[in-house]
Design a protein around this ligand. Structure first.
Ligand SMILES: Nc1ncnc2c1ncn2[C@@H]1O[C@H](COP(=O)(O)OP(=O)(O)OP(=O)(O)O)[C@@H](O)[C@H]1O
Ligand SMILES: [Mg+2]
Length: 351
């Protein structure tokens, strides 16, 4: 993958995890933004502490890099409970889950990441465990099989998923609280950056923060990553104070533009506008035009372009919106599907 893509990709690589761990807010007060989810979760935790009970099971959903794992850790920290971490794909069968569940201690928080990827039998075992704090261990096979019930200590399950829609209803219903995380506003990302800059001992001006935040695709993970690259740039260029010019020079160098588009994103809208007159054009044709696999264009570039209102999907193919022409500094021709962009200078954009 090219460098600009790795910068704006919202998923994380293993070597990045340690870096992320250092940046993670440790309690609800430090957790920036997501006010609704934060207030509701705070209430759930507070009430359970007052009742002297374990907290209700919590489901967190939302796109990668918005803070699901962070919140799961905060739940354990706020409840002053130990935390056990596993994930849907790591649990191969019901036996694996039974082993985890039966070793939990009272009040422990069990974090299951990517819970939509649990196997069916494990999922069914989880239903009973969540509801009655009990599992049935099946011994033997066929007609001779018997279920031995095993009581579990009360625990709190925190499930995380990027695909809430894939979760079966019965599982979703067993969570007492569901929080959906949304993309962050620029101002919120600025707060994330301010906090990270203190931890990294960096001096950044307000305008510098703004510049980084608006290129961060609404995602704290990306914003922290861009900050690290800007820090590198500033170090090499001997800038003690990072201002808007430094931030934008650094990120321009990494080919992340002022709206957070990387090289592939720009290539897609450029081809759409310049080669295909704004479309509609079929996805596979568009992919060939930018020299990429169809899946890469569809799964990597498109979701963000659609969310930004730069690209439209129609039954006849992909179209550029007025905003796409505008972003490239081009004027849409008369009759282009996205309409007239409303700007005068039609120059070749820099790619
Ligand atoms: N609200 C927030 N305030 C401050 N930092 C945050 C916030 N949310 C996320 N972060 C930072 O963003 C990074 C990614 O967050 P996290 O790992 O929790 O995302 P995630 O939703 O679990 O992503 P994935 O779906 O890939 O597992 C962390 O380093 C964390 O410090
Ligand atoms: Mg996570």
């Amino acid at each position: 993958m090219d460098e600009s893509r790795t910068l704006v990709d919202s998923t994380s690589e293993p070597e990045e995890r340690a870096m992320e761990a250092a940046m993670r807010p440790k309690n609800l007060d430090e957790f920036v933004g997501q006010h609704r989810v934060r207030n509701q979760l705070s209430l759930v935790l507070e009430a359970s502490k007052m009742r002297g009970r374990v907290a209700d099971h919590v489901l967190l959903s939302g796109p990668p890099g918005l803070g699901k794992t962070t919140l799961a850790m905060i739940v354990a920290a706020e409840m002053q409970a130990p935390l056990r971490i596993s994930s849907g794909p790591a649990i191969q069968n019901a036996g694996d889950l039974a082993a985890i569940l039966s070793s939990l201690t009272e009040g422990e928080v069990l974090f299951l990441d990517e819970i939509h990827r649990l196997s069916r039998p494990a999922e069914e075992m989880l239903y009973l465990a969540m509801e009655d704090f009990r599992v049935d261990i099946i011994v033997g096979k066929g007609a001779g099989a018997t279920a031995i019930p095993l009581d579990l200590p009360p625990f709190t399950l925190v499930g995380a998923t990027t695909r809430a829609g894939l979760l079966p209803g019965p599982l979703r219903d067993r969570f007492g609280f569901t929080g959906h995380l949304d993309f962050y506003a620029r101002e919120e990302l600025e707060l994330v950056l301010r906090r990270s800059a203190v931890l990294m001992d960096l001096r950044v001006t307000s305008a510098g923060f703004t510049e980084i935040a608006r290129r961060s695709r609404g995602t704290p993970r990306i914003t922290n990553r861009l900050l690290r690259r800007v820090r590198d740039w500033a170090l090499v260029h001997r800038k003690e104070l990072i201002d808007a010019e430094s931030a934008s020079a650094a990120l321009d160098m990494y080919e992340v533009d002022e709206r957070g588009l990387d090289r592939l994103d720009r290539a897609v809208i450029h081809a759409l506008c310049v080669k295909f007159g704004g479309g509609p054009v079929g996805l596979s044709t568009l992919a060939i035009a930018v020299g990429e696999e169809t899946e890469t264009v569809e799964e990597v570039a498109e979701p963000f372009l659609v969310r930004e209102g730069l690209l439209g999907r129609t039954p006849r193919g992909r179209i550029a919106t007025a905003a796409a022409w505008q972003h490239l500094g081009l004027r849409a021709p008369e009759g282009a599907p996205g309409g007239w962009a409303g700007i005068d200078s039609a120059q070749e954009p820099l790619l």
